[in-house]
Ligand binder design. Structure first.
Ligand SMILES: [Zn+2]
Length: 92
């Protein structure tokens, strides 16, 4: 399911951790509409799991940007993100 159809399906219900997880990259890219972005931020502020996930995600992205030595292998970045994602799921 594309993120945009997911967005349409959100309706007015509260964002779940899974929603937050799905929209995280779009949120950081500024690709979410203002309303969804606000709801996302609200969830992050309330939810320690997601806020720590967001922090980890941001440091991973920063790290991969900062590492210039042959670039951070994309697999490493993908693996790290997958690890974080699984951890988030386990805590759900
Ligand atoms: Zn959450």
């Amino acid at each position: 399911m594309s993120i945009f159809s997911r967005l349409r399906n959100l309706g007015r219900r509260e964002l779940t951790c899974q929603d937050a997880n799905t929209f995280l990259a779009a949120y950081l890219d500024g690709a979410l509409d203002e309303q969804t972005s606000e709801r996302f931020a609200k969830h992050i502020n309330r939810c320690p799991t997601c806020s720590s996930y967001l922090n980890d995600y941001e440091s991973t992205v920063d790290l991969s940007r900062a590492t210039r030595v042959q670039n951070a292998p994309p697999e490493l970045v993908a693996e790290t993100l997958e690890f974080l994602r699984l951890r988030l799921k386990a805590e759900d």
